[in-house]
Design a protein around this ligand. Structure first.
Ligand SMILES: [Zn+2]
Ligand SMILES: [Zn+2]
Length: 241
């Protein structure tokens, strides 16, 4: 679209990690690309959440221990080093324009997988009303837009809502996260999701508790299958509760 090109002239895409202007839609400049912690199928990844696993393991420890309601998760990169810092700026330091690079990473990861299920629509992980007001944008929704356009499926932002405030989850053990998230999401009109194959987009996959609870809520509202795609995933399984 011409408006996109105009915006790009004024705000060119920049490398996620060093900030240099990049060509096209690339997430990294040529200097940073070789060392970026990108995940691909040449690495041994958990078959469920796509976190790197130890030698010989089919699933990571989290996926072995906790039931997963989503069919699979596609994670584009590891949440570490300078990319982790870029994600923190994207989420917490009011730098929403970083969605370009991160959504590009998700699309590249999905393209690498080749054959994908036929998604009926893409949804972003919802934020609660208060969190959205505080931040001013839903970072998952910014990521989901280009992914939906790239996959040529609709982006839907009004089928599931976060109706409960939860404290920041990152420092909590899994069982506490789950407890906080219980009944945190709601699908007001179940007919919207019935029989649908849905791709859920989020920024960071840590323990997977959020993606799992959203998937569970969608399935219990009648969705057929839920897949997850995230820009980044933590390297290490969360410590056992
Ligand atoms: Zn760079
Ligand atoms: Zn896993």
């Amino acid at each position: 679209m011409w408006i996109d090109r105009l915006v790009r002239l004024v705000y060119p895409h920049r490398c996620l990690t060093c900030g240099k202007v990049v060509r096209g839609r690339a997430a990294f400049c040529v200097d940073c690309a070789p060392t970026a912690p990108i995940l691909n199928d040449s690495i041994r990844l958990c078959k469920k959440c796509s976190r790197p696993t130890s030698e010989g393991h089919f699933l990571c420890r989290d996926c072995l221990v906790h039931p997963r309601y989503f069919v699979g998760c596609f994670a584009a990169a590891l949440y570490k080093g300078r990319l982790r810092r870029a994600m923190i700026r994207f989420k917490f330091r009011n730098q929403p324009y970083l969605y370009h690079g991160f959504s590009h990473l998700i699309l590249m990861r999905l393209a690498e997988r080749g054959i994908l299920p036929r998604f009926d629509f893409v949804i972003p992980a919802p934020l609660s009303k208060n969190r959205l007001a505080e931040r001013g944008y839903n970072q998952a929704e910014l990521l989901a837009g280009p992914v939906a356009r790239g996959l040529k499926v609709p982006l839907v932002t009004d089928v599931i809502y976060k109706i409960k405030e939860t404290p920041p989850q990152s420092s909590l053990p899994y069982h506490k996260r789950l407890k906080n998230l219980k009944n945190a999401f709601r699908v007001p009109d179940k007919s919207r999701v019935q029989g649908k194959t849905i791709l859920l987009i989020d920024d960071v996959f840590t323990s997977g508790a959020t993606a799992n609870e959203i998937s569970k809520t969608l399935l219990s509202a009648g969705a057929k299958e839920v897949y997850v795609a995230v820009a980044t995933i933590t390297q290490i399984d969360t410590p056992s509760p």
